[in-house]
Design a protein around this ligand. Structure first.
Ligand SMILES: Nc1ncnc2c1ncn2[C@@H]1O[C@H](COP(=O)(O)OP(=O)(O)OP(=O)(O)O)[C@@H](O)[C@H]1O
Length: 711
C-alpha cells in the first residue's frame, strides 16, 4: 500500500472548498489509496518542471497536485487547485532536498527565470560592494543552505525589497537564511535562525538529493505522513485547525519529547504556539499513560490555567486533537481555582467552600475596614494579605514584621506592621466565621492540605499562561503532583504578565533550570504588527522570567506579512469612537466576520461606551468571551488568550496607558513603580498581539508614551 503524505497547503486549500468538492477530494484519495499500485490514478503532466509531479482528477474543474518520488512508495498531496492553476503550478514548481538541512523545499523556477533579467538590469547599475550580499562569501551562503541555483539570483539583489519580492519563489528555508543575513545577522546568528527548522538537534551528516521521502519526514511543519484511512478522516474532519497536524519542529521537539527529568518551562512571545504545544504535550502524555507501568493507576493528567474562559478554550482544543475518548478522559481540564475548591470540599467532608469573587472581596474588605475604623483602606489590607502574606506564606506576626515588602508600592514603617497584621487577622477571622473564602486563600489552604496528606492528585500537570499564577497557586500545583519526570510542563510568557503576581519558580520548589525551552516563530501575527508591538515593550527594566533569568524575546519573529498597524489621533472621544465605527464597518465590508473583530480598551467604562456606540450604529457588540455573533469588546485584561483577525485598541491616550491610578509614585517605591509600568506595557502588548491581520490604534490628545514613535 502506498504511503500517503499531506502538505499543509493542501489542507488549507481543502478547508476552503465547498462541501461537495471536499467529498470528491475524499473519493479521489480513496480510489488512489485503495490501489496497491497507487500510480494508477495519477496523471503525468506534460511540461511539468519537476518530472515527479502528477495530478489527480477530482472533478471537471478541480485537480489535486501530487508529488510522486521515484524511489519508495510514498505520495504527497501538495495542492488542490482549479484545473488551469494546477497545470500552471506544475509548469513552474520544482522540488529539491536542501543539501545542508535535508528538508524538502520547493521553488517557483519559472518565475525565478522570469524575474532574473530585471534583477540583472538593476544590478548592472550598482557599484562594487553595493549589492545586498556582497559581504557574504559563497561558502557561508552554502553553509546556510543556499544552493547553486539560487546563488546567482541572489547575488544580483541590491535591495531588501527585491529579496522580499522573491519570498514566494525561493525555497522557504533559503529565503529565511537570506532574510536573517539581510537584517544584519552574522552567519552564525543566521544559522541559529535556520537551524530552528531542523527536526534533529544538528543538520544531517549526509543528504541524498533524490530521497524526497526522507526529506518530507524532516519537514513536519509542511508535510505529514498519514498512517491510514482513519487518520486521514481525522485530519480532513477539521481542516481549518492545521495546528493539530503540522507542528513547527521547535513545537514538535518540545511536545513529543519522550520524557523530561523534572519540571520544564516553555516560553515564547505572543502567538508562538505555547498553548498549542501544551495541548499536544497533554495529548502525548495521555496517550502513553496506560502503558507506563502497565498498572491500573488512573490518576489523571491536569491541564490547567487561571481563568474559566481560557480553560474552556483548552477544552475545545483537546476535543479537536484527541478523538479517542479513553485518552481524552485521562486529561482533566480545570482552572487552578476549581482544583482548590475540590480539595477543600473533600477535606470538609463534601461541604462546598463559599468563595467570594474578586469584586465581592474588595467590597467586603472596604466596608469592614471602614466600619471598624481601621487606619488603612480595605484595598490596601487586601492587597497586603494577598501579595505579601499569602504570597510569602507568612503565618505569624513576627514573620510579617521581618518580611521584605519591597515592590509593594506603599512604604510601611516597621512600627506600623503589627497593626496591619492585626487588622488583616480580624478581617480573615470574620471571613472564617461567615464561612467565606477568597480564591487565593483557597489555593493556600488546598496546598497545605495536599502537603499534609501527601495525596497526589495528578500524574502530570500542564500549565498554560503560567506567568500570571500567584505563588499560592504554584504551591498548590507543586503539591498536587509527585516530584519526578514529567511532573510539571509550564507554558508562559513573562512579557505578557498582566497581574501583580511575580514568581520565582525555584523558590516555590519548582526547578526548571536547564529545562527551559523557547518558541520563537509567531503563527498568529504578521511581521509588521509584531515588530511594531515589540517596541511597546522596550524598557530599561529587564523582564525577569519565572526561572529568575532575564527574558529578551530573542529571535522572536513572524514569517507572515501584512499591513502596518495604523495609529490615529482624534480631538475628542466622540470623534475617536465615530472613526472606530467606520473602521469596524470597513473591516466588515471587506469580508471580515464581525466575531473576528476585537476592540480593546484599558478601562472598563470605555469598553462599555464602545459597546453602546457600536450597538447604536447597528453593529452588535459583546464581551470578548461571549459566544454570540458580534464584535468582541472588552478590557485589555479580558483579551488575554484570545485572537481576532482585526483588532482596534482604543483610548491609547497619555494618562490611560499607563493608567495613572495603578502606578504608584516613583518616590514611594521605585520597584513597585517600575513593575507597574512594565505591567501596563505588557497589557498594551497583549492587546495588540491579539491581531492576526490588522491592528488599528487610536487615541485622543497626547498618545500613550508606550506607543512606538513613527519613523
Ligand atoms: N504549528 C502550528 N500550525 C498552525 N497554526 C499554529 C501552529 N501553532 C500555533 N498556531 C496558531 O497560532 C495561534 C497562536 O497559537 P497559541 O495560542 O498556541 O500561541 P501562544 O504562544 O499560546 O499565544 P499567546 O501567548 O499570545 O496566548 C493560534 O491561532 C494557533 O492555532
Amino acid at each position: 500500500m502506498a504511503q500517503l503524505a499531506i502538505a499543509k497547503e493542501f489542507l488549507t486549500e481543502y478547508a476552503k472548498l465547498e462541501k461537495p468538492v471536499q467529498k470528491a477530494v475524499q473519493q479521489a484519495i480513496g480510489r488512489f489509496q485503495s490501489h496497491t499500485h497507487a500510480g494508477l490514478h495519477l496523471e503525468r503532466v506534460r511540461n511539468a518542471r519537476d518530472p515527479r509531479i502528477r495530478t489527480i482528477r477530482i472533478d471537471k474543474f478541480w485537480r489535486g497536485v501530487v508529488l510522486a518520488p521515484e524511489s519508495g512508495d510514498s505520495y504527497c498531496l501538495l495542492r488542490v487547485l482549479p484545473h488551469d492553476e494546477a497545470y500552471a503550478y506544475c509548469a513552474s514548481r520544482r522540488f529539491t532536498v536542501n543539501q545542508r538541512l535535508g528538508v524538502l523545499e520547493s521553488r517557483d523556477e519559472l518565475q525565478l527565470e522570469t524575474v532574473t533579467p530585471a534583477l540583472e538590469k538593476a544590478a548592472a547599475s550598482s557599484g562594487v560592494g553595493e549589492r545586498l550580499f556582497d559581504q557574504i562569501k559563497d561558502a557561508d551562503l552554502k553553509r546556510l543552505g543556499v544552493d547553486e541555483d539560487v546563488l546567482p539570483v541572489i547575488r544580483l539583489l541590491t535591495r531588501e525589497e527585491h529579496l522580499e519580492a522573491l519570498q514566494r519563489l525561493l525555497p522557504a528555508v533559503q529565503y529565511d537564511a537570506l532574510v536573517a543575513l539581510a537584517s544584519g545577522m552574522t552567519v552564525e546568528e543566521a544559522w541559529a535562525e535556520v537551524s530552528k527548522n531542523l527536526v534533529e538537534a544538528t543538520a544531517p551528516q549526509r543528504v541524498d538529493p533524490d530521497d524526497l521521502t526522507t526529506a518530507m519526514a524532516r519537514t513536519p511543519e509542511q508535510v505529514v505522513f498519514v498512517e491510514g484511512p482513519d487518520e486521514l478522516t481525522r485530519i480532513l474532519a477539521h481542516p481549518f485547525d492545521v495546528w493539530r497536524v503540522f507542528l513547527h519542529p521547535q513545537q514538535r521537539k518540545i511536545a513529543y519529547r519522550e520524557t523530561y527529568r523534572g519540571p520544564v518551562m516553555i516560553t515564547g512571545g505572543a502567538g508562538t504556539g505555547k498553548t498549542v504545544t501544551a495541548v499536544h504535550r497533554a495529548a502525548f502524555l495521555a496517550d502513553r499513560l496506560p502503558g507506563e507501568d502497565g498498572g491500573e493507576d488512573d490518576t489523571p493528567i491536569l491541564l490547567t490555567t487561571y481563568t474559566r474562559h481560557l480553560a474552556d478554550a483548552l477544552r475545545d482544543q483537546v476535543a479537536l486533537l484527541v478523538d479517542d475518548l479513553a485518552t481524552s478522559g485521562r486529561i482533566k481540564i480545570a482552572t487552578t481555582d476549581s482544583i482548590c475548591f475540590g480539595v477543600i470540599k473533600e477535606a470538609q467532608g463534601g461541604r462546598s467552600p463559599k468563595p467570594l469573587l474578586d469584586g465581592e472581596m474588595r467590597e467586603r474588605w472596604e466596608n469592614e475596614a471602614k466600619a471598624l475604623a481601621f487606619d488603612h483602606t480595605g484595598a490596601f489590607l487586601l492587597s497586603e494579605w494577598e501579595q505579601v502574606i499569602l504570597a510569602q506564606r507568612i503565618t505569624t506576626e513576627q514573620e510579617y514584621v521581618k518580611c521584605d515588602r519591597r515592590g509593594r508600592g506603599r512604604p510601611l514603617a516597621t512600627a506600623r506592621k503589627p497593626e496591619v497584621w492585626r487588622a488583616i487577622q480580624t478581617l480573615t477571622d470574620r471571613m472564617r466565621q461567615d464561612g467565606v473564602w477568597s480564591f487565593l486563600q483557597m489555593a493556600d489552604e488546598a496546598a497545605r492540605i495536599l502537603d499534609s496528606t501527601g495525596q497526589r492528585l495528578f500524574r502530570h500537570i500542564i500549565v498554560d499562561e503560567g506567568q500570571d499564577l500567584h505563588p499560592a497557586q504554584w504551591r498548590l500545583l507543586r503539591a498536587a503532583v509527585a516530584e519526578g519526570p514529567d511532573d510539571l510542563f509550564i507554558a508562559g510568557d513573562p512579557h505578557q504578565r498582566i497581574y501583580e503576581n511575580r514568581v520565582s519558580l525555584k523558590q516555590l520548589g519548582i526547578e526548571v533550570r536547564g529545562r527551559s525551552r523557547r518558541l520563537t516563530v509567531s503563527y498568529r501575527t504578521t511581521h509588521e504588527i509584531l515588530s511594531w508591538a515589540v517596541q511597546i515593550l522596550h524598557d530599561d527594566l529587564p523582564v525577569t522570567g519565572m526561572d529568575d533569568i532575564d527574558d529578551a524575546l530573542a529571535g522572536y519573529g513572524s514569517p507572515m506579512h501584512g499591513r502596518r498597524p495604523v495609529v490615529r489621533r482624534f480631538p475628542d472621544r466622540e470623534a475617536e469612537l465615530d472613526a472606530l465605527v467606520e473602521q469596524v464597518r470597513d473591516w466588515a465590508a471587506s469580508g471580515v466576520e464581525r466575531r473576528a473583530i476585537g476592540v480593546a480598551s484599558r478601562r472598563r467604562d470605555l469598553a462599555e461606551q464602545v459597546k453602546r456606540k457600536l450597538k447604536a450604529a447597528g453593529l452588535p457588540a459583546y464581551a470578548p468571551s461571549a459566544k454570540s455573533d458580534g464584535v468582541k469588546v472588552g478590557t485589555m485584561h479580558a483579551m488575554k488568550g484570545l485572537e481576532f483577525q482585526c483588532v482596534a485598541a482604543v483610548g491609547a491616550d497619555e494618562g490611560l496607558i499607563p493608567l495613572d491610578s495603578v502606578v504608584p509614585p516613583e518616590m514611594d517605591d521605585l520597584t513597585a513603580h517600575q513593575h507597574a509600568l512594565q505591567r501596563e506595557r505588557c497589557l498594551l502588548f497583549v492587546a495588540c498581539t491579539r491581531a492576526r491581520d490588522a491592528l488599528y490604534v487610536s487615541h485622543t490628545g497626547r498618545p500613550s508614551p508606550f506607543l512606538p514613535i513613527p519613523r
